[in-house]
Design a binder for this molecule. Structure first.
Ligand code: NDP
Ligand code: 8X3
Length: 256
């Protein structure tokens, strides 16, 4: 399916997968709408998407952890476009790697708000703008963390498992509308993810990727474009995408 001229909304577009997706959908000639909390970073991403060939680019502040912010974003968006062809629910991430015994409420709440409730909030707010026609998409970003839990990941793995359940429920609810609902579930990818997880401890974050050839944000963005550009009768329910070096969360090949 040709994506040129389609309207794409990307949450969490100020870095990582979301920023790379802005450029990748821009290259495909889309109108790109970008949301995140850091407006200065969004504006830089917007410039890259324009340079890549986007039909138009529209950055706006968005905190998916706030109903008020999501509703303000939706109201602003309604003044720009009557329709959204592809919604990419990407905003989120991990906070901390503490075991349950020492888990911090603030970290758990932040993960639930952004990855889980935020996904429902944004989808609920934008659903009226997604046309019931063949070819529309709601593409949620999950993780291999949603497929198997690991030590220190109780809350993060929990919310990403929740993302899979939301995706599955929504696909059932929207059956017959023509709107496709799917999940892209990456493994280890070198973005700001680990820096955020370890609260700015970049030395600790770098160790996650030491000796490994991890996914880059662009790898995931290209997969998103591939999913979105399938013919309208084809729905990719779930795509797991990992580095070749990562056979499973705990099984990672590291060069000396
Ligand atoms: P980054 O930290 O680089 O990007 C996260 C993005 O989410 C940023 O743009 C950030 O923007 C945004 N964000 C976070 N919280 C909120 C919020 N409350 N409201 C709006 N935007 C928010 O990491 P990734 O690109 O790696 O992460 C993107 C998604 O991919 C996340 O859902 C993550 O869980 C998932 N993921 C990541 C993997 C990895 O290894 N990197 C693997 C599997 C899944 P801002 O701070 O400006 O608001
Ligand atoms: C991020 C991937 O495996 O570090 O979702 O949790 S993992």
């Amino acid at each position: 399916m040709n994506l040129s001229g389609r309207w794409i909304v990307i949450t969490g577009a100020s870095s990582g997968f979301g920023a790379a997706a802005a450029v990748a959908f821009g290259q495909a000639g889309c109108h790109v709408v970008l949301g995140a909390r850091r407006l200065d970073r969004l504006q830089q991403v917007a410039e890259s998407a324009v340079a890549a060939g986007a039909a138009s680019v529209h950055p706006h502040v968005l905190d998916v952890a706030s109903t008020e912010s999501v509703e303000a974003f939706a109201t602003w968006l309604a003044g720009i476009t009557p329709t959204v062809d592809v919604l990419i629910n990407n905003a989120g991430g991990a906070h901390g790697l503490d075991p349950v015994a020492t888990a911090q409420d603030a970290d758990v709440e932040a993960m639930v708000q952004s990855n889980f409730i935020g996904l429902i909030r944004v989808t609920r707010a934008l659903l009226p703008r997604i046309p019931h026609h063949a070819g529309a998409w709601i593409l949620n970003v999950g993780s291999i963390a949603g497929h198997a839990a690991y030590e220190g990941g109780a809350a993060y793995c929990g919310v990403k498992a929740g993302e899979r359940s939301i995706t599955q429920a929504l696909r059932l609810e929207l059956n017959g509308t023509g709107i496709r609902v799917g999940s892209i579930d990456p493994g280890m990818a070198e973005t700001e993810f680990s820096s955020v997880r370890f609260k700015g401890d970049d030395t600790r974050a770098a160790k996650v990727y030491a000796g490994v050839h991890p996914l880059q944000a662009q790898d995931v963005a290209e997969a998103m474009v591939w999913m979105a550009s399938r013919p309208a009768h084809v729905c990719i329910d779930e795509m797991v995408i990992k580095p070749t070096d990562q056979a499973a969360f705990h099984k990672v090949y590291r060069r000396a």
